[in-house]
Ligand binder design. Structure first.
Ligand code: 4AD
Ligand code: MG
Length: 453
């Protein structure tokens, strides 16, 4: 049976015969043998294969160029070369698929833009292989974090009729040939349907039954933001906790970020190295720092004060009652506190209808977790659990309560204080890898004007 190269490289003892397969990264030939650097994607490091000319399959050696796929049988022997414990002395080698000279990943040093245009081959580049191994590991760690704390995983719908964030940035789902508003009733679902922007509202229904739940799935936003942090399709992790207030919400959010950062530091050694070398020299230090220190917490009002008093000339001036811009968020985390910052209690006017109104009648129990290099990676809140206040919120936000009667029911029947948040999974990945553009941590990215593959 085939052994993954990752396991081969970790062996304590040399072996009798083993069998590996993968893609050729490079090949060097001498008169009597060839050196092949082989990678099967299981880890960053290549296995060096030494193949003598004359062995079974060696007639094809000259076809085993960069990008081709091969199968090798042989023995592991201690490598005389520096920096590697083992190499493989091949006894049999077989070409599976050649890769002609126009294989685009011949040389290193391609731009991220070019690599995006070959997203189907991109995971074979070392850096991107690492990104997507980390993505898998982080998804697993998210399940572990919540499962070990008695949260249940709930699958909320992808097609929905409600706009959770109330921002109207939704993709329409329709089978009608023309998207005429007048004939909604003739549409597939007999009403208007959209791709979800968040599983929160449905998540609340389940928290108000199972106590602690989380969702983790794709979400969609039709916002026309051309930034390195916005995608039209991205994944969100949304825990929701009954009998929980804003304080408890922030505790869980911060603990989760620390857990994921620790997981990255402890389990992703090989891959972490490549990010630290080629993407962000300060990465390890920053992750260690986040792991070890408490996050700063500051109210929106105090944060605005700090920003105004800073005297910094921002592109967008800071003003109470306006959303914090990414440059403001980055000043707080990178320049001022130099650590992750949780900002809470935002003005009610700039936040969605479901957030709980504070006693001051001006602010709501919103919280955003901001991290250096990115800004917001988490947005959450305590939810309005008082039916009368929720109904007032609907009115203030111009929402037809008829669309949300089921949501109001959760307040009518056995209402409880509850809270939750959403972690942008790709923003987290950018944070733990140092990758600068969200499109480079998504397998096949969807952004305004881009839906290739
Ligand atoms: O702050 P947001 O909009 O909050 C919600 O959707 C709430 N319903 C979450 C909740 O309380 N259950 O989004 C949450 C996070 C943001 O902090 C950000 O990390 C990410 O989702 N996000 C995006 N990531 C990539 N591309 C986009 N267009 C994103 N919009 C939000
Ligand atoms: Mg937000």
């Amino acid at each position: 049976m085939r052994t993954l190269i990752k396991h081969v490289l970790h062996r304590e003892e040399p072996t009798e015969e083993i069998h590996v397969a993968g893609w050729v990264r490079t090949r060097r030939d001498s008169k009597t043998f060839s050196f092949i650097e082989l990678n099967d994607g299981s880890c960053l490091v290549n296995l060096q294969v030494v193949a003598d000319s004359g062995m079974p399959g060696s007639d094809d050696l000259h076809h085993m160029s960069t990008g081709s796929s091969i199968e090798v049988k042989g023995r592991l022997v201690e490598s005389p070369a520096k920096g590697q414990k083992w190499e493989m002395q091949a006894t049999e080698i077989k070409l599976l698929g050649a890769a002609p000279d126009d294989f685009p990943l011949q040389k290193k040093g391609h731009t991220p833009e070019f690599l995006r245009s070959i997203s189907h081959l991109r995971p074979r580049a070392n850096l991107y292989g690492a990104v997507f191994r980390v993505r898998s590991r982080m998804a697993y760690a998210i399940h572990r974090f919540f499962q070990e704390r008695d949260f249940f995983y709930v699958h909320t719908p992808i097609i929905t009729a409600s706009d959770c964030e109330g921002a109207g940035e939704m993709f329409r789902v329709t089978t009608l040939p023309d998207h005429d508003a007048a004939n909604d009733a003739e549409d597939f679902f007999g009403k208007r349907a959209f791709l979800t922007v968040s599983g929160q509202l449905e998540g609340e229904a389940f928290a108000c039954a199972l106590s602690n739940i989380y969702t983790f799935g794709p979400t969609f936003r039709a916002e026309n933001s051309h930034t390195s942090r916005h995608a039209s399709e991205f994944w969100m992790v949304e825990p929701e906790m009954a009998f929980c207030d804003l304080e408890g919400d922030m505790d869980v959010a911060e603990a989760m970020v620390k857990f994921l950062v620790t997981e990255m530091l402890e389990h992703q050694e090989g891959d972490l190295d490549i990010f630290a070398r080629f993407v962000d020299k300060g990465l390890k230090e920053r992750l260690e720092f986040v792991k070890d220190r408490p996050f700063e917490r500051i109210s929106y009002t105090d944060a605005v004060d700090l920003l105004i008093k800073s005297g910094v000339k921002f592109e967008y001036p800071v003003q109470y009652g306006h959303n914090l811009q990414s440059e403001h968020e980055r000043w707080l985390t990178e320049e001022h506190f130099k650590c992750p910052v949780t900002v809470f209690n935002y003005p009610k006017e700039i936040k969605p209808f479901y957030m709980r109104l504070n006693e001051d009648d001006k602010t709501v129990t919103a919280m955003d977790v901001l991290v250096p290099g990115i800004g917001e990676i988490i947005g959450g809140s305590q939810r309005e659990e008082r039916l009368d206040v929720l109904l007032e919120n609907f009115e203030r936000h111009g929402i037809d309560p008829g669309h949300y009667d089921w949501y109001a029911d959760l307040r009518k029947f056995g209402t409880v204080p509850h809270a939750g948040f959403g972690l942008g999974f790709e923003r987290l990945l950018m944070f733990v890898t140092g990758m600068h553009n969200i499109r480079d941590v998504i397998a096949f990215a969807r952004t305004p004007g881009h839906c290739e593959f």
